[in-house]
Ligand binder design. Structure first.
Ligand code: GTP
Ligand code: MG
Length: 135
């Protein structure tokens, strides 16, 4: 079995979608190993988003991620890294496929791509690195 880091981002928590998102994750059959409500510091987010430092959306992304609490989840299951990203849908919620978390629940609210409800690690290396940051 495999583990991944899932985040319900501040838009998901503020919109009251944490339960809906958890229900989709549980219905898929993944296991919650650990879960916590976090108000992430800039330092934590700079570590988490190190790969994006210097990109035009980096500062707005950090500001957005500090705009309210985030739910961090240690999630386990067979091929959960790839599987959760499939459940989440593509990055831009406006065009993410129906049936996915981003496609069904998200859209462009004016801050575009960054308000896309969830994060999921993109590789085993990312998952190990990110889980160590958040847990
Ligand atoms: P995560 O699961 O959150 O990592 O999403 P991802 O892997 O689909 O996207 P990526 O790692 O490339 O980017 C991380 C996050 O930065 C995204 O989820 C968005 O919130 C934000 N982001 C990425 N690209 C853009 C962009 O072009 N503009 C803006 N405003 N935000 C972006
Ligand atoms: Mg990513």
């Amino acid at each position: 079995t495999e583990e991944t880091l899932v985040l319900v981002k501040p838009d998901g928590v503020a919109r009251g979608l944490t339960g809906t998102i958890l229900a989709r994750i549980e219905a898929k059959g993944y296991s919650l190993v650990d879960i916590r409500l976090v108000e992430p510091s800039r330092d934590l987010l700079a570590q988490h988003y190190a790969e994006h430092e210097g990109k035009p959306f980096y500062e707005p992304l950090l500001e957005f991620m500090m705009s309210g609490p985030v739910v961090a989840i240690r999630l386990a299951g067979n091929r959960v890294i790839e599987g959760f990203r499939s459940l989440a849908g593509t990055t831009d919620p406006t065009t993410a496929a129906p049936g996915t978390i981003r496609g069904d629940l998200g859209r462009d609210w004016g801050l575009a791509v960054q308000q896309n409800l969830v994060h999921g690690s993109d590789s085993p290396e990312s998952a190990a690195r990110e889980l160590a940051i958040w847990f």
